[in-house]
Design a protein around this ligand. Structure first.
Ligand code: F6P
Length: 548
């Protein structure tokens, strides 16, 4: 039976939502002068301010009941102890093990996976050292100074987001290696990049859990051909051994592609693609920051894991974030979620969270195979906050859609730089972050005489806003932040009774594309697809015949 109609906790929240429906966020502030203190929560360096949400203490108590009645505590234990929480694929989702200390051990099918995880980290360490110390040589004998990660989705977005976020942590004197990312199937990123690179000094990381993803294999083939055509005579074996590393759970396929075993970094089927930046998929991060920086990232995530596993729900940051989203989505009817980092370094965070949340929880069938009669994952999108202010904030302030907003900001930046201008820019940034969440939540009532303004100049507010404040953006705090979102997604899935660890909805499109490829490679007069597709194929074919 779908949970919405059968669960007393849901019914109590439904009633509470009706009771609260007339209250604007500004009324909630007027009614409770301790609201900031009672609705902010902390874990190490992360502060979570929920006071600009449409909630009261009672809302949180009811949501706490909801989490308890969904059996969340047992689910969290199942996640951490390697139970098959990915039910459709009958396997665990053990990304938490990737950032845990070597001891205590954790057995899976009779094997200590913590030993494998740490052997894997040691192998990464050796590769990183060899490259940083100029001992990894290309086919001409020159050292490698450029890394290109070829991957897509979870094999791209996490390392890309992290390398951009933590670029300032790179010690360029000790480690002058440049790290680039290529994902797009059409080859546009790769062709632009290759024209700037020296083949003799470039190493490609083929990052693919399955090693069957066509986007990645197509880019890999183009990269290998570029090396072959570089004018240096060498064998194919030598070229692949010197210029390609594979990071994959499918070592057989990587070997078939020609990557020698010594250049393969393995990870495991119990690591989901979008949860894999903590595994060897994080190699580009380790190459950018050094192994020490990568381990700091893992330590931050591990600190959040410990918090998540051991803290009562009512003070548990990922649980609270999940419950607030559920409140907004299922009880207040809000189905759009804006991710607004006030930090240019977090420019790729929205795309990362889009995959994490929408590929995990974009589901409408419950674990027992019933069609859900409630909403699940909202539509997420986002942009660096100050840029978005000049783009889509108009809709947030005056459009017809209710949107929940996450503001993410670091309290400190440039404080040791001695650069007054940059420190001023950081204050400007903070002022804008605080101003926008204030206005979105409270509306123009914060101004005197707002009522005198014409309707088109009014700001109604009442958009629920969460503010996440980090002390500063470091490998440790970024690890905490990302693990917090990961666990939030898991908690939501538990309450919605869906499996966040599979992604069957992306499979059929791949098959349909394969069936269309033949019609594009050998165009024919007659196609047997739908009328629109037939028409488009004919148009494309005609245009390709037209001389440019
Ligand atoms: O097509 C979706 C997907 O399977 C994601 O889940 C995954 O992160 C991405 O493709 C890349 O997959 P792989 O790492 O196997 O190449």
């Amino acid at each position: 039976m779908p949970i919405r109609s059968s669960n007393d906790s849901w019914k109590a929240l439904d009633k509470h939502a009706t009771d609260l429906s007339e209250q604007h966020i500004r009324d909630l502030f007027t009614a409770d002068t301790h609201r900031f203190d009672s609705l902010t929560f902390r874990a190490d360096q992360v502060l979570l301010d929920l006071s600009k949400q449409r909630i009261t203490d009672h809302t949180l108590a009811l949501l706490d009941n909801l989490a308890t009645s969904a059996g969340l505590a047992a689910w969290i234990e199942d996640l951490f102890t390697g139970q098959p929480v990915n039910s459709s694929e009958q396997r665990p989702a053990l990304h938490t093990a990737l950032r845990a200390p070597r001891l205590p051990s954790l057995e899976l099918n009779g094997q200590d996976i913590m030993a494998s995880v740490h052997d894997n980290l040691d192998q990464m360490d050796r590769i990183v050292r060899r490259i940083h110390q100029g001992q990894w040589r290309g086919f001409t004998g020159h050292s490698i100074n450029t890394i290109v990660n070829i991957g897509v989705g979870g094999s791209d977005l996490g390392p890309l987001m992290t390398c951009k976020a933590l670029a300032e942590c790179q010690n360029s004197a000790a480690n002058p290696v440049q790290v680039h990312f290529v994902s797009s199937m059409d080859g546009s990123q790769l062709s632009e990049l290759l024209s700037q690179l020296n083949p003799a000094r470039t190493l490609f990381i083929l990052a693919s859990k399955s090693f069957t993803t066509i986007d990645t294999l197509a880019n890999a083939a183009t990269a290998r051909e570029w090396l072959r055509k570089s004018g240096h005579t060498t064998t194919d074996d030598m070229l692949t051994a010197r210029h390609f590393i594979a990071v994959t759970a499918n070592t057989e396929k990587a070997s078939e592609w020609g990557i020698p075993e010594s250049n393969q970094l393995e990870f495991w089927d119990w690591t989901g693609g979008r949860y894999s930046m903590w595994s060897a998929i994080g190699l580009p991060i380790a190459l950018k920051l050094g192994m020490h920086g990568f381990k700091e990232l893992l330590a931050g995530a591990n600190a959040m894991d410990i918090h998540f596993r051991s803290t009562p729900f009512i003070n548990n940051l990922p649980v609270l974030m999940a419950l607030i989203d559920i409140w907004n989505i299922n009880f207040l009817g809000i189905h759009a979620h804006a991710i607004l980092p006030y930090d240019g370094r977090l420019g790729h965070l929205p795309a990362y969270l889009e995959q994490l949340e929408m590929e995990s929880n974009g589901k409408s069938v419950t674990r027992s195979g019933e069609i859900a009669d409630f909403h699940t994952c909202p539509i997420l999108w986002g942009e660096v906050g100050t840029n978005a202010q000049h783009a889509f904030y108009q809709l947030l302030h005056q459009g017809t859609e209710a949107v929940m907003c996450d503001f993410i900001v670091a309290a400190r930046r440039y404080h040791q730089s001695g650069n007054d201008e940059l420190q001023h820019q950081h204050r400007l940034n903070l002022a804008n972050c605080l101003a926008q969440s204030r206005l979105l939540a409270l509306g123009d009532s914060i101004l005197e005489n707002a009522e005198a303004e014409p309707p088109h100049k009014r700001y109604r507010g009442n958009q629920p806003c969460t503010t996440v404040v980090l002390d500063e953006l470091t490998p440790f705090s970024l690890g905490q932040l990302i693990a917090m979102y990961e666990h939030k997604v898991f908690v939501q899935a538990v309450i919605w009774d869906i499996n966040p660890f599979d992604q069957w909805g992306v499979e059929l499109g791949k098959k349909v594309a394969t069936s269309l490829l033949g019609s594009l490679e050998s165009p024919s007069e007659t196609n047997n697809f739908d009328l629109s597709t037939n028409g488009l194929l004919a148009e494309i074919s005609a245009r390709q015949k037209t001389p440019s």
